[in-house]
Ligand binder design. Structure first.
Ligand SMILES: NC(=O)c1ccc[n+]([C@@H]2O[C@H](COP(=O)([O-])OP(=O)(O)OC[C@H]3O[C@@H](n4cnc5c(N)ncnc54)[C@H](O)[C@@H]3O)[C@@H](O)[C@H]2O)c1
Length: 287
């Protein structure tokens, strides 16, 4: 584990950016790969803004120097070959099995055979993903929470094939990143999203059926249940497309109608209302 210095991160979206920031903040190096330079540029700007704020709060005197050195530890690339010297990979591309399978196939080609390939998937079967590779014992789930720099949990998901050594290495890396790993087994939605997403989906049904407004539903849950954020605002933060993908995975995985996605969610995603990242979801986010 002590030899893990450079982390490959695939996907420069909400989660990939947060993971790269956390890696660099912890003193490790990050190589971030996405398909278009403009996604990488947006990611870089997001990291600069968030890291700047966190460092300014933590250590105002040293913030500029710490910021400079952390940013220098992140490399952005569209090239697979830049992943050839990483010691560990965290994949954070879109929540789609085929897209992830293709990414894992590329990673197998470019990384050393001993490198662990972790996925930040919210719900896709790690056992199935591992089976699609030639190094199933080194495939594992490393499920960070959003926003990554602030949330303490990493849900570590063991595929059926994951070796003890891979699990140990992943837990140690999570600790090094300042997170608390909690290990669970592979099952649709794991623990976190099996419980969280049906709650968010139910809040959407309450809105859809006119039981309350977005504001009243969220206020019931914040003021009454002491949740730090209402379910609809949280769904906007997660991304409504991600929410829909997870609900579909639960629905298909368990074949149980209690997991059917709310029609309003399906409709909003079709309209491009994806929550905070698109500027509009259950709430409007002025740029
Ligand atoms: N958003 C959340 O709150 C959250 C929380 C935990 C886990 N996750 C999971 O993390 C993963 C990423 O989610 P996100 O919200 O960051 O998505 P996102 O849509 O913000 O970002 C996905 C990124 O992956 C890139 N990508 C697609 N194919 C690629 C490829 N072949 N190579 C490199 N990059 C590629 C896209 O261009 C995009 O920039 C998903 O599996 C999601 O389920 C999301």
């Amino acid at each position: 584990m002590s030899s893990i210095r450079r982390i490959g991160i695939i996907g420069a979206g909400t989660m990939g950016g947060g993971i790269a920031q956390t890696v660099a903040h912890a003193g490790l190096e990050a190589v971030v790969r996405d398909v278009h330079p403009q996604f990488l540029e947006k990611c870089r700007q997001g990291i600069e803004k968030s890291l700047g704020k966190i460092l300014e709060k933590q250590d105002p005197a040293h913030a500029p120097a710490l910021f400079g050195s952390a940013m220098r530890r992140i490399r952005f690339s569209t090239e697979w070959r830049d992943l050839s010297d990483v010691d560990f990979v965290i994949e954070a591309v879109n929540e789609n099995f085929e897209v992830k399978r293709e990414v894992f196939a590329q990673l197998e080609r470019v990384t050393g055979g001993e490198v662990v390939l972790a996925s930040n998937t919210s719900s896709i079967s790690l056992t199935r993903l591992a089976a699609s590779t030639g190094r199933a014992d080194r495939v594992i789930g490393m499920h960070f929470m959003n926003p990554v720099p602030l949330m303490r949990l990493v849900e570590v998901i063991r595929a059926l094939q994951t070796s003890d050594e891979t699990a140990r290495t992943t837990q140690e890396l999570a600790g090094k990143l300042g997170k608390t790993p909690v290990e669970v087994n592979d099952s649709p939605g794991f623990v976190s999203n099996r419980i969280l997403l049906p709650m968010l989906n139910e809040a959407m049904f309450a809105l859809y059926e006119g039981v309350g407004t977005a504001d009243s539903i969220d206020r019931v849950m914040t003021l009454g249940m002491n949740h730090p954020m209402g379910p609809l605002r949280l769904a906007d933060l997660i991304g409504l497309d991600v929410c829909l993908d997870v609900m579909n995975t639960l629905y298909e995985g368990f074949r149980d109608s209690k997991y059917r996605p709310c029609p309003l969610l399906t409709k909003m995603v079709a309209a491009g209302c994806l929550g905070r990242k698109s500027g509009r979801g259950f709430y409007c986010y002025d740029k």
